[in-house]
Design a protein around this ligand. Structure first.
Ligand SMILES: CC(C)(COP(=O)(O)OP(=O)(O)OC[C@H]1O[C@@H](n2cnc3c(N)ncnc32)[C@H](O)[C@@H]1O)[C@@H](O)C(=O)NCCC(=O)NCCS
Ligand SMILES: Nc1ncnc2c1ncn2[C@@H]1O[C@H](COP(=O)(O)OP(=O)(O)OP(=O)(O)O)[C@@H](O)[C@H]1O
Length: 195
C-alpha cells in the first residue's frame, strides 16, 4: 500500500485536493477533521483540554472561539494544546491505515496540514504539496468568515513556509490556476502511482 502524504499551507487547497482523491476512490485521512471529531462532545480530547484550559469546555462542549483566543499568539499555550491533540490524531491515523490495509487498498492519502512539522515525511512514501502564489492564498483565506489578518498571520507563523514545503515535496499540485487544472494533475498522479 502506497501512503501519499498531502500537505500545504492554509488556504492552498488541501480540502479541494482531497475531494479529487476521494472522487478517484482513494481513501483519505483528514487530520483537521480528526481534530474536530476528537474535540466534539464525547470526543477523547475534551477531558484533557478541559483540565489544561479551564473554562474552555462548558457543558461538555468545547468553546473553539475561546480556546483559539487563548492559544493565538501564545506559543506556550499552543504547545500545550498540541501535546494533547497531536498524539490522539496520530492514533486515529494509525487506525485509518490499519483499516485501509485490511481492506486491501493500494493507495491512501494522509491529509495533514502539519505533515512536515510533525515528522510526517517518515510516515509517508511520497509527499504531495498543494501550492498557489502567496497573493492567491491570502485572498482565499481572508475571504473566509471569521478570518482576520491577525489570525492569518498567527497561523502562517506556525506553518513551514510554502517554498520550503515545495522543496521537500515529491510532487507539487499547482492550485492557483483552476480547479480543473489541479484535478487533472491529481488524476495523472493517481494513475501513475497505481499503474
Ligand atoms: C485552536 C483551535 C481550537 C481553533 O479551532 P478553529 O475551529 O478556530 O480552527 P481550525 O481548527 O479549523 O483551524 C484553522 C486553520 O488553522 C490550522 N491550524 C490549526 N491548528 C494549528 C496549529 N497548531 N499549527 C498550525 N496550523 C494550525 C488548521 O490546519 C486550519 O488550516 C484548533 O485549531 C486546534 O485545536 N488546534 C490544535 C490542533 C492542531 O495542531 N491542529 C493542526 C492540524 S493537525
Ligand atoms: N485548484 C483550485 N483552483 C481554484 N480555486 C481553488 C483550487 N483549490 C482550492 N481553491 C479555493 O481555495 C480556497 C481554499 O481551498 P481549501 O479549502 O481546499 O484549502 P485548504 O488548504 O484545505 O485550507 P485549510 O488549510 O484552511 O484547511 C477555497 O475557496 C477553494 O474553493
Amino acid at each position: 500500500m502506497i501512503i501519499l502524504g498531502l500537505t500545504g499551507s492554509i488556504g492552498m487547497g488541501k480540502s479541494t485536493a482531497t475531494a479529487s482523491f476521494r472522487r478517484l476512490r482513494v481513501p483519505v485521512f483528514d487530520a483537521d477533521a480528526a481534530v474536530h471529531r476528537l474535540q466534539q462532545p464525547g470526543g477523547r480530547a475534551l477531558r484533557p483540554i478541559a483540565s489544561a484550559f479551564p473554562g474552555s469546555v462548558v457543558d461538555g462542549r468545547l468553546d473553539r472561539e475561546a480556546l483559539r483566543r487563548v492559544v493565538l499568539g501564545n506559543p506556550e499555550a499552543l504547545k500545550r494544546l498540541e501535546r494533547i491533540v497531536h498524539p490522539l490524531v496520530r492514533d486515529e491515523e494509525r487506525r485509518f491505515l490499519a483499516r485501509a490495509r485490511r481492506a486491501g487498498e493500494r493507495l491512501v492519502v494522509l491529509d495533514v496540514p502539519l505533515l512536515f512539522e510533525t515528522g510526517g515525511e517518515k510516515r509517508a512514501d511520497r509527499i504531495v504539496v498543494v501550492s498557489a502564489p502567496a497573493g492567491v492564498q491570502r485572498a482565499r483565506v481572508l475571504r473566509r468568515r471569521g478570518m482576520t489578518e491577525e489570525r492569518f498571520a498567527a497561523i502562517r507563523a506556525r506553518q513551514m513556509p510554502d517554498a520550503e514545503k515545495r522543496r521537500r515535496a515529491d510532487h507539487v499540485i499547482p492550485t492557483g490556476l483552476s480547479r480543473r487544472f489541479a484535478q487533472a494533475a491529481i488524476h495523472r498522479l493517481v494513475r501513475r502511482l497505481t499503474a
